[in-house]
Design a protein around this ligand. Structure first.
Ligand SMILES: C[S@@+](CC[C@H](N)C(=O)[O-])C[C@H]1O[C@@H](n2cnc3c(N)ncnc32)[C@H](O)[C@@H]1O
Length: 297
């Protein structure tokens, strides 16, 4: 039997329009791990099927085997990026885990107000920012403490591996439904109806100028300067295996100013990387490590 025939004879892992075998699932999972550090458990087979079936239909391919061969080939680089975008989980919302924003305001921002008004610098990194709700929640928290922040040396870096999410964040437009957690007064002050689509709201210049969106893979090199007063990396490493999670937490540490804060997701733990941090509240940590040369505090 030829190998193509043997493959089409292999039982389907998920029944549907396109033949999808366990071997196809394993190949997709290996590529996703290699590219993004994301691990896919067997329970994700249906999700992989439904997300990639759309791509297979759009490309007019016969089955998952043809798709896997395409994305593994040198000519399939662009499609491999689309596969990655299709498989990331981008669930997010404004002011998710609100206690982090209270902590940011009280423990990081309020003590810095005088320094910032006399020329000091504030840098915050939202790593794994999805469609922008997290970095814009940070920006709104900053503006609630320092309304003139856009005129000061204050920046929020927002990065994600998913190019669609970065495009969404840059557009800075959100529906009423998505904006529900944003207090009306803040929305009225810092947002306007999107002139291109009156059913949506767009962040105004003050909030947009605080946030810079960039594509960045946490598994690759990080072309970021730092040092950061705070890093938010929440509900991102939950998709990585433990050694990969610890590597990420450890790499953040020297990018924080001394006592800089790391905010992580409610179900995440620092594990073996905890030596470089001390707890500073619920899923908030303070860096203990020496920072980059030139870091303050
Ligand atoms: C569930 S969302 C979390 C968004 C936000 N931090 C929050 O807590 O609401 C996870 C995000 O991590 C991103 N992500 C996954 N793997 C990544 C990687 N290797 N590098 C950078 N971002 C990654 C995904 O694209 C996704 O947008």
């Amino acid at each position: 039997m030829s190998s193509a025939l043997a493959k089409s004879a292999a039982p389907a892992l998920v029944e549907g329009e396109f033949h999808f075998t366990r071997e196809d699932f394993v190949r997709v999972a290996a590529m996703l791990y290699e590219d993004a550090g994301i691990t896919l458990s067997d329970s994700k087979a249906t999700l992989v099927y439904s997300r990639l079936a759309k791509r297979i239909r759009t490309l007019g391919l016969r089955d998952f085997d043809a798709y896997c061969r395409l994305v593994a080939s040198p000519g399939g680089t662009d499609e491999r990026g689309r596969m990655l975008n299709a498989l990331t989980t981008n669930l997010t919302r404004f002011f998710r885990e609100p206690h982090h924003f209270d902590h940011l305001r009280e423990k990081v921002l309020e003590p810095m107000v005088d320094r910032l008004r006399s020329g000091g610098r504030l840098r915050i990194w939202s790593a794994g920012c999805s469609s922008g709700q997290e970095p814009f929640s940070i920006a709104l928290t900053i503006l609630s403490v320092i309304p003139e922040a856009a005129e000061l040396d204050v920046r929020v870096l927002a990065t994600d591996i998913d190019s669609n999410m970065i495009a969404h964040g840059r557009a800075a437009t959100y529906t009423d439904e998505l904006l529900e957690p944003v207090p009306q007064a803040q929305r009225a002050k810092w947002m306007e109806r999107d002139p291109a689509d009156r059913s949506q709201w767009r962040f105004g210049d003050a909030a947009r100028s605080l946030v810079a969106f960039k594509e960045l893979n946490l598994m690759s090199s990080w072309p970021v300067k730092g040092p950061f007063d705070a890093i938010f990396c929440r509900n991102v490493v939950i998709y990585f295996d433990e050694p990969t999670q610890e590597k990420v937490w450890t790499r953040f540490n020297p990018l924080l100013v001394p006592s800089g804060r790391l905010y992580i997701g409610h179900s995440e733990r620092l594990g073996g990387a905890s030596a470089g941090y001390v707890s500073d509240g619920m899923t908030v940590y303070r860096s203990q490590a020496a920072s980059l040369p030139g870091a303050r505090r």
